[in-house]
Design a protein around this ligand. Structure first.
Ligand SMILES: [Zn+2]
Length: 143
């Protein structure tokens, strides 16, 4: 597995709420609480430090989608304000709450793959394992 594939794979696994290491175990034990350890492969996941970053990303994403739509509707139809409240508040809440867990999962996957915070030891072990596997492959093909 090349490095260019590993990062999107780890982030995708996090996005769908799975362990970035194996893709099988659940990443979250509550809505935004990351499990301490993967139940499938035992990978330690408590090192994650996503903090407020997922929320910042969700605000930027939702803002760039909702605000232009609000302005377009206001410009085109000029509906009463109660209509705006009825339309945009539920849409904004749904979008932000819907994106928050997948975004946090992606950030945890990113941190895991890049060996950030406490994930350095796991990354080091993965890289050494990959080098050892490459060594075996080279020896086998040259024989
Ligand atoms: Zn796992």
């Amino acid at each position: 597995m090349s490095n260019s594939e590993a990062l999107p794979r780890a982030m995708w696994r996090g996005f769908i709420g799975r362990c970035p290491a194996c893709g099988e175990g659940r990443l979250f034990r509550k809505f935004l609480k990351v499990t301490d350890q993967c139940t499938a492969c035992g990978e330690a996941l408590h090192h994650q430090r996503a903090d407020d970053f997922p929320a910042y990303l969700v605000i930027v994403l939702a803002g760039h989608v909702i605000v232009p739509m609000v302005l377009a509707v206001e410009t085109a139809y000029a509906p009463p304000y109660w209509f705006h409240m009825l339309l945009w508040l539920p849409l904004t809440l749904g979008m932000t709450l819907g994106l928050l867990q997948p975004t946090k999962g992606s950030i945890v996957g990113l941190q895991w793959e890049l060996g950030m915070h406490g994930f350095q030891a796991a990354r080091q072990a993965r890289l050494q394992g990959a080098e050892a596997a490459d060594g075996v492959a080279v020896t086998a093909s040259s024989a």
